[in-house]
Design a protein around this ligand. Structure first.
Ligand SMILES: *Cc1c(COP(=O)(O)O)cnc(C)c1O
Length: 386
């Protein structure tokens, strides 16, 4: 089976993790802050808060922005459920904005139309989670303009997108957002096994997220709300969680980060090679916005079902039967049973649903060989001819 994604673990990564095992700290030691600084410097943000997953990072990002019951969080329906669940964790309500049919990201046009309507209904969002699907950044400048006009905060869910650029600037710089979140799950671009990070240029938000990742506890007298009893003293000033990243995870991440550029370059080479190998087939290859340099976490094709006999399901099954580890990213979140109970229905977000009915993610990972890629293309050609 050729998997759709696969981590690349090298000797340097193993040595880094073993080094931590032999050290004094497995958690809350020096490596987590080193990893935070390294990522912040790489992407050009002032602050970084490492946590145990991107899901946790999204949760504390929403909490730091004071999202709460009575508020709305909006995101794309074409994403992993975590981009929406963070709103529910905070007691807020969640709604979606349909995607652009070319980028598959939130459509700024649909967003503007929905904001106009929401303003007249008194239901403007407090937070928008902009998901950079497959690694391609959303049209952040347009989204930021709308945020200025309508007064909402922006979280970039860049789980797919570390190592990419938007308008020649690194994703994660937060130029057009309040907070950017990365995931370090093994299928993502660099890994810490499980792990995530929140980046921001706002010192207050960083401070709140640091507290929220560790029980809402502070040891900094400046942040305490009453006089400390003594030097042993810590105060819980907020209701936080245990979302801390371990030293082992941070060491792995720090080591992997050395190869970020090489990974993203290789992913882009393989994506360009897919583009040319697939040119004649009845499918749509991923269109790239001129402002975007994608991390290429995923390579998603859309079948031209009007030009083939087989169904989406047939092509998917045929590829799996031929040993190709294809996947579908994603089942629209509003059609998940948990979300349907809020009243969402098929037909609510037509572009997202059309995308879902045609999309297939082909294998793509930095150690993939051209031979493997040829196998994928041959198998795909066969499955489309059936
Ligand atoms: C993977 C992913 C997440 C969650 O990441 P974890 O680190 O597994 O919690 C969130 N959003 C998107 C878009 C993802 O792909």
């Amino acid at each position: 089976m050729i998997p759709y994604g696969q981590q690349d673990i090298q000797q340097a990564d193993i040595d880094a993790v073993v080094g931590v095992l032999r050290s004094d700290f497995l958690t809350q030691g020096p490596v987590v802050p080193q990893f935070e600084t390294a990522v912040a410097e790489k992407v050009g943000a002032s602050h970084a808060v490492a946590v145990n997953s991107a899901t946790s990072a999204l949760h504390i990002a929403c909490a730091a922005l004071e999202l709460q019951a009575g508020d709305w969080l909006w995101t794309s329906p074409v994403t992993f459920v975590a981009s929406a669940n963070c709103g529910l964790y905070c007691g807020a309500s969640v709604d979606f904005v349909d995607i652009d049919p070319h980028t598959y990201n939130i459509s700024p046009v649909a967003l503007e139309a929905k904001l106009e309507k929401a303003e007249s209904d008194g239901r403007l969002p407090k937070v928008l989670v902009a998901v950079h699907l497959c690694g391609q950044p959303c049209e952040m400048e347009a989204i930021h303009d709308l945020a200025q006009r309508y007064g909402f905060k922006i979280i970039e869910d860049a789980s797919h997108a570390i190592g990419g650029n938007y308008q020649k600037e690194r994703i994660g710089s937060c130029r057009y957002s309040d907070i950017t979140v990365f995931s370090f799950h093994p299928v993502k671009i660099v890994t810490t096994a499980e792990g995530g990070m929140s980046l921001t240029n706002d010192a207050k938000l960083a401070e709140r997220m640091q507290m929220l990742r560790s029980h809402g506890i502070t040891r900094d007298p400046i942040l305490m709300t009453k006089q400390p009893d003594g030097p042993w003293y810590y105060q819980q000033v907020d209701l936080g969680f245990n979302y801390r990243m371990t030293e082992l995870q941070a060491a792995l991440g720090l080591s992997q980060l050395d190869r970020l550029e090489a990974y993203v370059e290789r992913r882009n080479e393989l994506a360009a090679r897919y583009d040319s190998l697939l040119r004649e087939l009845p499918l749509v290859t991923p269109w790239q916005h001129p402002d975007a340099y994608s991390g290429r976490h995923l390579y998603v094709i859309r079948l031209r079902l009007d030009r083939i006999e087989s169904s989406h399901r047939d092509v998917f099954m045929s590829l799996r039967d031929q040993g190709i580890g294809v996947n579908i990213h994603y089942i629209p979140v509003h059609l998940q049973p948990w979300y349907e109970k809020f009243g969402f229905q098929p037909g609510d977000f037509p572009e997202a649903e059309a995308y879902y009915s045609q999309a297939i993610s082909l294998p793509l990972f930095p150690t993939m060989t051209e031979q493997q890629q040829n196998e994928v293309v041959d198998a795909l050609r066969l499955s489309l001819e059936k």
